[in-house]
Design a protein around this ligand. Sequence first.
Ligand SMILES: [Zn+2]
Length: 170
Amino acid sequence: MAKTNRPKKPNLKSATKSAAKSAASTDRDQIKPSAAVLKAWRLAVRTRLNAYAPYSKFQVGAALIDENGDHHPGCNVENASYGGTICAERNAMLRAVADGAKSVTDVIVVTDMNPPAVPCAMCLQVLSEFSQTETRVWLADLKGIKDSVLISELLPRHFGPKALARGLAR
Ligand SMILES: [Zn+2]
């Protein structure tokens, strides 16, 4: 299973930028998607077909795996008032929370892009609220999973509940 093969997160405090990048690359080379991740990928591919993207024509599917192994899909939903648009990843995250999920172990994102698209910064912020250090983002297209990266690599110093607690304590 992918979980047991996950190497320890590189220590970014002491590592140089290039060393951290190298560790991340090695990490990606070694990680194979589990059966649960492949199932989530298929769900994301199907859900992408429901994307409402009349303005960008950019369809995105997503699926999350929660702490119980349950899968939660999402697609992007655009709006004529562009600011009302929501990405597939946040759609999936909000659905997961509504379904009772407390945390996320895996995030699958499917586009027809090459190389595959990564979540936008706003989605990373929302996903990080419910992620662990080991939460993995799987980047995929319609043929399969192409790459993966830890969410903590994509957004290493996210604004989280701890930062807010410190602010309130002042
Ligand atoms: Zn997004």
